[in-house]
Design a protein around this ligand. Structure first.
Ligand code: PHE
Ligand code: FE
Length: 290
């Protein structure tokens, strides 16, 4: 994911100093638009009753159901009016400081390429479907939009304190793989879940993973996996609480404290955890045995 690693050390040929490139929307072929449409149809059928209300509202107000890969300029125009965010194209993963600078300035960086038709279910690097379908609807929500920008500033600070690993876990367990408790029950909002057919089902229905109520310090101590479905999901009560607890907490003393505490192994449950589902971890065990 974006905060995980970076592939290149300097902007590639043709990219600006901020690593952005033109989306080059005209260059997409029919087959590429069709991949988007296939993924879009499959996910939008699955999501009602599973995804946060805020995400569905975002799809709607951004008119993302229009066929084909969205044009970032058109999308940015709508998004700008709603929350001041824009979507800019990058060739792939970018360095952490570049990523944080974009977020802090309300620019969401999205890959402009799309997966091939034979890669619908699994992809190593975030493509335009993950980045745009997965992330952008939430950026139309004013509270979540503020959270993402605050996270960008937090990233710049974490770099100074050498605590990126701890901060990145917060991103992972909220922005990428977060669950929320809404009136109808648990819902997904993390982009990594929302853009994945398999994980959209697994994250809510499978008895395997733990589902634990969100606690900032706990999350920042918890390892995660990047190669398969998560073994833990953390559940926020609402986006306001997520925004307020993260913005109002000074992370500097937290980073100092975290440096003295052991990391928490992926599937471990602690006595102080507020557990919604104590997972069987059967899925992870089965996969490890394969
Ligand atoms: N309050 C955090 C800090 O002091 C910044 C932050 C805000 C981080 C929101 C993540 C999300 O560094
Ligand atoms: Fe992502």
């Amino acid at each position: 994911m974006e905060t995980e690693s970076h592939v290149l050390e300097r902007p590639p040929e043709g990219a600006g100093a901020d690593w952005t490139i033109p989306q080059d929307w005209q260059a997409y072929g029919d087959a590429e638009h069709r991949v988007w449409d296939t993924l879009f149809a499959r996910q939008s059928k699955l999501l009602p009753g599973r995804v946060s209300e805020a995400f569905l509202r975002g799809l709607d107000v951004l008119r993302l159901s229009k066929p084909g890969i969205p044009d970032f300029e058109e999308l940015s125009e709508r998004l700008m009016k709603l929350t001041g965010w824009q979507v800019v194209a990058v060739p792939g993963l970018v360095p952490d400081e570049v990523f944080f600078d974009h977020l802090a300035n309300r620019r969401f960086v999205a890959g402009n390429f799309i997966r091939r038709a034979d890669q619908l279910d699994y992809l190593q690097e975030p493509d335009v479907f993950h980045d745009v379908f997965g992330h952008v609807p939430m950026l139309a929500d004013p509270v979540f939009a503020d959270y993402m920008a605050a996270y960008g500033k937090g990233g710049q600070r974490a770099l100074e304190y050498g605590s990126l690993k701890q901060l990145a876990r917060l991103y992972w367990y909220t922005v990428e793989f977060g669950l929320i408790e809404e009136a109808g029950g648990l819902r997904i909002y993390g982009s990594g879940i929302v853009s994945s057919h398999g994980e959209s089902l697994f994250a809510l229905d499978d008895p395997s993973p733990n589902r634990i109520r969100f606690d900032l310090k706990r999350v920042m101590r918890t390892d995660y996996r990047i190669d398969d479905f998560q073994q833990n999901y953390f559940v926020i009560p609402d986006f306001e609480t997520l925004l307020h607890t993260t913005v109002e907490t000074d992370f500097a003393p937290l980073y100092t404290e975290l440096a003295t505490l052991p990391d928490i192994a992926i599937a471990d449950i602690l006595p102080e955890d507020d557990v919604i589902t104590h997972g069987t971890q059967d899925y992870a065990r089965k996969r490890a045995a394969e």
